[in-house]
Design a protein around this ligand. Structure first.
Ligand code: B12
Ligand code: SF4
Length: 482
């Protein structure tokens, strides 16, 4: 029986964060592939997942050791900075296994389907958007059922004339519960450790996707799951948590959703169910500061939520408005206040180098972060990712400096990547230095250091703190390359 191989390509933590910061990076499960796999299994197809980052495999390992004679379809997933890895991997696959069909999906090829087929000639088909139904239809087509031109949501190379064809779009999945739970049994679950800043203890903290889609308009976001908020039922979520407790003995979990708290009734129902069924699980999530209130925070805390990540983005109201964040600084300050009041720890995300940002505004952002004083602050360099309104605008204005996708990394200051965009009147070196300076200005304060010392409960926490201080001190002496 023909088999499908789904591959998460090699993309190491040091490629993502740079060597110094790699200890803070995590390796998380490729849930997109696990969703595809469970749908293939449900439809009677044989499937295997290779997670190269978790299994520490190189492209060579994959090509030489993982592709059996029975494999007829290989599905690869990728984000923009994984471009070179995917290009090399798929070229090698085609060289050594020419008969295999390669389909690619994920945020980068979904945003640029035709361009990706032009830039990577070894890819045969691109899946645009959600892939659960598409992968099943492509597998059926390869086993002789149906026509490729009828498969919604793909772009492909027409074998006869080598032209690129784009089929009609696939509507987003209406009922998330109709999708089986991700095939975690095909993943090396024990290898996953979420980023050190969002886990307790050992770091083993699987993710469950609660909802998809977001109606807001942040200009830097690519909306891979569209603009309609769709959530799993509370019963299904409780079942998934229970499965993880029973199968992997988890004590903590990360709840992922584009905008979890947008639907208050859903959050209250979920928290009440977690409390009533005594799941006794510590969890983290992300939220928008204008969709949460004290009543929700209180019940979230009671249900086990210990940390929330908020995307603050900027300390300049002018910039918040220009990126269409839709939140005021007053609202941000108030949400931080009530979150701290109920005793939930905060991670704040801040963006540096936004379009038109001045030096003074960058400093304003760093000072705002200090004033808000979350336990963790993450300062990333603005990258206009394909599929975002920001990318479209900067491209149309001719302000994108290069399309070397592998350098599209928000940790470019640490990972030494050539930034694709530098805000007007600023230099690349300055923005990269700024990323490090922001971390120093935030963490090298007695009040921040004291908070971290107080939060130490394991040797891992202690090591994290010592390592953090050492790399920040190092940045005072080693300058970023241009
Ligand atoms: C959680 C998250 C993270 C987590 C963990 C991600 C992980 N598991 O690897 C953390 C915080 C670590 C993270 C880090 C980064 N992230 Co992130 N992240 C997300 C977020 C919020 C959700 C991702 C998720 O869980 N999706 C759920 C699964 C089910 O969806 P999926 O993987 O996309 O798969 C579906 C479809 O895409 C499709 N599909 C995917 N692959 C394939 C393959 C085939 C063959 C087929 C047929 C279909 C298919 O079918 C799947 C099922 O429907 C998204 C935003 C979003 N809503 O997607 C950003 C997002 C994916 N991240 C993004 C980025 C840029 C990054 C970083 C590169 C940032 C950086 N350092 O520069 C890193 C790289 C991380 C890595 N994987 O190595 C961007 C990607 C943009 C782009 N053009 O590439 C997004 C879209 C946010 C944005 N800015 O718009 N991220
Ligand atoms: S709130 Fe989050 S998911 Fe929604 S548009 Fe903004 S960044 Fe994207």
């Amino acid at each position: 029986m023909a088999k499908t191989l789904l591959v998460n390509p090699p993309f190491s933590v040091s490629e993502r964060y740079g060597n110094d910061m790699k200890k803070f990076g995590g390796v998380s499960e490729p849930l997109g592939l696990a969703y595809l796999a469970s749908n293939l299994e449900k439809n009677g197809f044989s499937v295997q997942i290779i997670d190269a980052p978790a299994e520490e495999l190189t492209n060579r390992d994959i090509v030489e050791n993982c592709i059996g004679e029975d494999v007829n379809l290989i599905g690869v997933t990728f984000l923009t900075p994984m471009f070179s890895s995917i290009k090399e991997l798929t070229e090698q696959i085609k060289k050594f296994h020419p008969g295999v069909t390669i389909i690619a999906g994920g945020p980068h090829p979904s945003a640029l389907p035709e361009r990706t087929l032009e830039e990577i000639s070894s890819i045969d088909v691109i899946c645009i958007g959600e892939g659960e139904r598409t992968i099943v239809e492509v597998s059926e087509y390869l086993s002789g059922k149906g026509k490729i031109e009828d498969i919604k949501g793909i772009a492909y190379r027409d074998g006869d004339c080598d032209e690129i064809r784009l089929n009609s779009p696939r509507p987003m999945e209406n009922s998330l519960d109709s999708l089986p739970t991700p095939a975690r049994h095909l993943l090396p679950m024990k290898e996953y450790k979420l980023t050190a800043t969002r886990t307790k203890g050992s770091g083993f903290c699987p993710t469950i996707i609660l909802a998809r889609g977001c109606p807001f308009n942040c200009q830097f976001c690519s909306h891979p799951f569209g603009r309609t908020f769709r959530h799993h039922s509370v019963d299904r979520i409780v079942r998934e948590v229970t499965e993880l407790i029973n199968n992997y003995e988890i004590t903590q979990v990360n709840f992922e959703a584009d905008t979890l708290t947008i639907n208050k009734a859903f959050v209250l129902e979920l928290c009440n169910a977690i409390i009533d069924r005594k799941l006794n699980i510590a969890w983290t999530c992300e939220s928008r500061m204008d969709t949460i209130d004290e009543e929700m925070l209180l019940i979230m805390k009671q249900a086990g939520c210990w940390q929330i990540s908020y995307g603050v983005e900027s300390g300049s109201q002018r910039l918040l408005d220009s990126i269409v964040k839709g939140v005021t600084k007053e609202k941000i300050i108030e949400t931080f206040r009530i979150t701290k009041k109920v005793g939930i720890s905060i991670r704040g995300f801040f963006m540096l180098g936004l379009p038109t940002e001045t030096k003074e505004e960058s400093l304003k952002t760093i000072h705002f972060a200090r004033k808000l004083n979350p336990l963790w602050a993450q300062f990333t360099v603005t990258i206009p990712y394909p599929g975002t309104p920001m990318f479209e605008q900067l491209r149309n204005e001719g302000r994108i400096q290069h399309y070397n996708w592998t350098d599209y990394n928000t940790w470019g200051g640490w990972a030494d990547k050539k930034l694709p965009y530098v805000s007007e009147g600023r230099t690349e070196e300055e923005i990269k230095e700024l990323q490090k300076k922001a971390m120093r200005m935030f963490y090298m304060r007695p009040v921040a250091l004291f908070k971290h010392i107080k939060s130490i409960s394991t040797l891992r926490d202690f090591n994290k703190l010592v390592h953090g201080v050492v790399i920040l001190v190092k940045t005072m002496f080693v300058k970023s390359k241009k």
